[in-house]
Design a protein around this ligand. Sequence first.
Ligand code: C2E
Ligand code: CA
Ligand code: CA
Ligand code: CA
Length: 279
Amino acid sequence: AETSHTQKIVTYTPELSNALNQRVSMIKALKLAIANNELVPFFQPQLDLNTGELVGAEVLLRWIKPDGTLVPPFTFIPLAEASGLILPIGKLVLEQACQLNKQWQDKGFKPFRVAVNVSGVQFDQDNIVDEVSNALTLSGLEPKWLELEVTETALMADINEIIAKLSQLRELGIELAIDDFGTGYSSLNYLKRLPINRLKIDQSFVRNVIDNEDDQAIIEMILNLGKSMKLSVLAEGVEGPAEEAFLKSMNCDEVQGYYYAKPMPTSDFEVYLQSINKA
Ligand code: C2E
Ligand code: CA
Ligand code: CA
Ligand code: CA
């Protein structure tokens, strides 16, 4: 046993330190990316399904490297969360989102919410409420035009603490949505106690809704839940007219997805805003 133990160390150390080195250099690169403004917000429209009007825009972060390479969030957000870098990143996204939304209103575009993803790590912080409050004050954005998206799994800690924090956020006047709804394990009893405004149906249910009766049943259930709890329900990942038709037949409130628009950089999003504000 002694020998194999030693052997293990000899065999695995180089690989381990390789993996570690890679992580360390990724974290360094991410730090530099923050300093060099390589993390940029993209915006994806959220529409009222009844009227087709723009009601919100979700901020989706992209890492654009100096050579133009676009790094998708699933590769760097987990690393940012594990290293704690999600805290400065999250603060930046929040501030930029509020500032840009205020600027769009000042330019005369019809007001809509800006929806910012808040990681569980960020939500667990004691000063998240101050951070949101500061972003609002700095930008001058009216609180009702800011929404935070928090995942169901981020809300799985001590319920009293979570309710207290969500209530403080709601008292600021902002809106709260539960993201990826249906993929976590919140009980209805739990959900009932949360001071939230909106449920976002996870795209995994929307994707196959045409062929999959289970997904149809789940979506119908979430919509009924929303109705009885007086919560607005948004379906994300809508990619085509058949999905839209199903959601319409079920009286879903809001939609978001490639069928309407992909996430766009600020400049393209402004062109989009101009086009819908003229129409
Ligand atoms: P999410 O919050 O669930 O965001 C929805 C994802 O679905 C986005 O991926 C969006 O681009 C994509 N999407 C939208 N419509 C469609 C569609 O019709 N079909 C398909 N297949 N996909 C669609 P994205 O931008 O790659 O972001 C992935 C995840 O990264 C997000 O999932 C979110 O969890 C995280 N993320 C992105 N930006 C931020 C951020 O600023 N902060 C934090 N904490 N997380 C972020
Ligand atoms: Ca989201
Ligand atoms: Ca989501
Ligand atoms: Ca997700």
